[in-house]
Ligand binder design. Structure first.
Ligand code: SPD
Length: 276
């Protein structure tokens, strides 16, 4: 087989993975789910034509998205993951013995089912952990109904297109911060400085109005546009607090203390644009 899957998120930029086998191809009520067995990157989850994760490089994304706010808080007990139906963020959140409950609020049950089937080699089965709780619904209402409930909130979403667009809005950030306990921390999937500078600036402005210590950080993920992705850290608690806390057992691929710290160093063109 000499087939390529090509992602065309941007009209001026494409990237392709060589596909060995199509494992799943399903249109749900919400989106088109594809799972490919690829050469080199292992199994890949694609939603509406956009690569969400591959077995080879997802750990950089999930470790950085999850551990930065978890470590900043120290001993989080209640965690909320918005989206994240593939289970990658859940696996990381459950590494903390302090976590009593990790709620995943995911809209599409099929993402959960198919990911359980095809990504168990990477994620194990975090859903089998008694601390994991799946809520199949839209996160907006859930956040509204749960003020001051979560020590950490992780927004593990698709790109701001279609139904996911409002997960990048000021309204979403307000609801998310309201759902945090005092001193709690959130992190969000926050796109790419080269391609999405305006959106990131707008989100930083929202975050700055809601929390004392927001900051943007970045991870290298070859299968995402531009070879990486950034995250918005949103909290009154400085992210640097996390550098003092020990990593939980089992993290062994991407984050380490040097990477943790360096992720917040931004290239000058973007640092100036974001922080002035
Ligand atoms: N441009 C792709 C961004 C994908 C972010 N979502 C990843 C979900 C993995 N849990």
């Amino acid at each position: 087989m000499n087939n390529w899957f090509t992602e065309e998120l941007h009209p001026y930029y494409r990237k392709s993975l060589r596909v060995k086998k199509i494992l799943a191809d399903e249109q749900t009520q919400y989106q088109h789910i594809q799972i490919f067995e690829t050469e080199f990157f292992g199994n890949a989850l694609v939603l509406d034509g956009i690569i969400q994760l591959t077995e080879r490089d997802n750990s950089g994304y999930h470790e950085m998205l999850v551990h930065v706010p978890m470590l900043a808080v120290g001993k989080p007990k209640r965690v909320l993951i918005v989206g994240g139906g593939d289970g990658g963020s859940l696996q990381q959140a459950l590494r903390y013995p302090s976590v009593e409950e990790a709620v995943v609020c995911e809209l599409d049950q099929r993402v959960v089912d198919l990911s359980r089937q095809y990504f168990s080699a990477s994620f194990g089965d975090p859903w089998a952990d008694p601390r994991a709780k799946l809520i199949v619904r839209d996160a907006f209402g859930f956040l509204e109904e749960n003020p001051r409930q979560f020590d950490v909130i992780i927004s593990d979403t698709t790109d701001p297109i279609g139904m996911a667009e409002r997960l990048f809005s000021d309204d979403f950030y307000k609801r998310m911060v309201r759902a945090l306990t005092p001193g709690g921390a959130a992190s969000t999937q926050c796109e790419q400085p080269f391609f999405d500078a305006e959106l990131i600036k707008q989100i930083y402005k929202s975050a700055k109005a809601l929390a004392k210590n927001p900051a943007y950080y970045y991870a290298h993920i070859p299968t995402y546009p531009g070879g990486g992705i950034g995250f918005m850290y949103v909290s009154d608690t400085p992210w640097e607090n996390g550098l003092k806390n020990p990593y939980p057992p089992g993290i062994n691929n991407y984050i380490n203390p040097d990477v943790h710290q360096a992720a917040f160093a931004l290239p000058e063109f973007f640092r100036k644009e974001l922080y002035g």
